[in-house]
Write a protein that binds this ligand. Sequence first.
Ligand code: UDP
Length: 463
Amino acid sequence: RQINSVEMEQRKGRRLVLFPLPLQGHINPMFDLANILHSRGFSITIIHTTFNSPNPSNYPHFTFRIISEDLPENNRCTKDLIAFVSMLNAICGPPFRDCLADLLSDSSEEPIACLISDAILYFTQDVANELKVPRMVLRTGAASSFCVFSSFPLLREKGYLPIQADSQLEEPIVELPPLRVKDLPVIHTNDPEDLYHVVVGMVEQSKASNGMIWNTFEELEGTSLATLHQKLGVPLFPIGPFHKCFAVTSSTTSSSLLTHDQSCISWLDKQDPKSVIYVSFGSLASISETQFLEIAWGLANSNQPFLWVVRPGLVHGSNWVEPLPNGFLETLGGKGHIVKRAPQQQVLAHPSVGAFWTHNGWNSTLESICEGVPMVCMPCFTDQKVNARYVSEVWGIGLQLEKELERGEIERTIKRLMVDKDGESIRERMLNLKEKSNLCLSESGSSKQALDSLVHHILSLES
Ligand code: UDP
């Protein structure tokens, strides 16, 4: 449906205040959403923390407000993610409240239609209630994993959580097929109670919001979205994939906290179509030196060219790629290229890329789906485990490495996915889903319609 000029006029002069969780996988979709809503006529103010602050000069069309959250030094690192987000929720309230109150009282700015904050920043719901501003939630993960989060009380009641012993891991969760105990979205943290509180806080305060915005699409997660709609009782707007609403370049690269290595693209240009396996485990996951070496030899032995993102700090105890044998890449004669950071969306869209070995962060999973690139799944923690299970067992668009990482298994999995007849059906399903991810953004597509509804919903919140 075309936006008519009266509506556009009505919308102008309305401001949205967006508050991202300051982690890369949450910042990217929040800025994409900001661009989408800006293109629909809203003015945008971003509130951000001093930790991982974005670069405002990349977004001259937005205004920015910083809050000084004053994180204790030992919590500035994100080694214990749950401790980090608990801390953010505990200490950001007062500075965030002051900042939002200040924006609300500023009569030189347009009136604020609503706050949109990350689901994990659940403390913002109380602030919004107190200041009488509607709050919409952005959930940057999948609807399917949120279904699992919303079942945490049940999982605890039935004895699946907290996971007590390794012997439990293969047990199926009959209430949430096809998940097994080992697919539950948990993460190591000093105090497992903290994880439970964060999850329950996120879910309960989402229920108390004016609605949730999702970076997913109906054709991919219709079943989980319907379940959530019933459970949460608030309107849901699946308007993704966000990053496909704009040409790959500006929005995505400028919300990156690190510089991308553009040598990836010229290296990919020299490879055969669909021959390259792209390997990246996102911005937080880490691996042991033994795992790192198994990956290196598995890649080398697979005989497929590989583009591998080794983030500084990825390997425990190493700065970068020091554990590799001397001359490792040279002996492969140009078959491998290692970088610290890749322009991932451009890489996945490159015709030379034939598979993605991923940790299944939701952004990476969705970016892979949008380019029709089948996945080797190696989830590390939280929702990545649910995503990997859906990729391999529900959507059938990838293979999960389940056992201890071992070079022979890696080699066989890569060949099966990329070359063998056996992997053909996976590759076909992936292309089919890519098609759907494109169609949902077309004029009559599901995400486009959900976006129209979202805009109406936001405007209806004001009075
Ligand atoms: N990313 C990138 N280059 C890299 C690694 C990651 O552009 O070398 C981007 C990737 O495209 C995705 C985001 O960083 O948008 C990572 O988010 P995801 O949810 O996949 O994982 P997380 O980093 O949150 O674990």
